[in-house]
Design a protein around this ligand. Structure first.
Ligand code: CDP
Length: 196
């Protein structure tokens, strides 16, 4: 079975948690595409060469979740050649046998416009920053500034900007618990699988 769930949205919206839950529930493969950009940013040197030569060990680094790695990721993510170098891998993952969930910024718009389910997961910047702060600690104001700056850069870039696909289901989780957000996402996938 070929079945793709595309989960897009701004920084720290809870895409990863939802994606992991969907993958587990339905036995689909999961690809956190943000990790690819974080690994390219963290590698240093020429970002285009880094994207073209990206390997398993680059993705296994333990410093990819930091605020600095997020910033570096969004800076390299504006470079068209970097994005191009990562397209083929993401597309083939999306259409792998057995189902796939990909979370990122451009999955439903660019990587897999034919995805069977498209979710756009969002929440207010303050709520998202608070959630990220619970994970990374430090100064909450600094986390909020980082989240806002990255959102602006991701939404304003010329290539594959952050925006909901026209046919995406928008899930605003500002006032939702993690459990409720996951349940809403599972229900969308369930409905689509049932209809297919
Ligand atoms: O976990 P969080 O939502 O904070 O970030 P992420 O999904 O790990 O993405 C890090 C950065 O990579 C984003 O701010 C984007 O600039 C970039 N990215 C992208 O351009 N396209 C994607 N499909 C995924 C991430």
């Amino acid at each position: 079975m070929i079945f793709t769930v595309a989960i897009d949205g701004p920084a720290a919206a809870g895409k990863g948690t939802i994606a992991r839950a969907v993958a587990k529930r339905f036995g689909f493969g999961h690809l956190d595409t943000g990790l690819l950009y974080r690994a390219v940013g963290a590698k240093g040197g020429d970002p285009v060469a880094a994207a073209r030569g990206l390997g398993e060990t680059d993705l296994a680094r333990d410093d990819l979740r930091t605020l600095a790695a997020g910033q570096a990721a969004s800076r390299v993510a504006v470079i068209p050649e970097v994005r191009e170098a990562l397209v083929a891998f993401q597309r083939s993952f999306a259409r792998r046998e057995g189902g796939a969930v990909l979370d990122g910024r451009d999955i439903g718009t660019v990587i897999c416009p034919e995805a069977e389910v498209k979710l756009y997961v969002t929440a207010s910047p303050e709520v998202r920053a608070h959630r990220r702060w619970l994970e990374v600690g430090g100064d909450e104001g600094e986390v909020l500034a980082e989240v806002k700056e990255r959102d602006r850069r991701d939404a304003e870039r010329a290539v594959a900007p952050l925006k909901p696909a026209v046919d995406a289901v928008v899930l605003d989780t500002s006032a939702m618990s993690v459990e409720a957000a996951v349940a809403a996402a599972l229900a969308e996938v369930e409905a689509c699988l049932g209809a297919g």
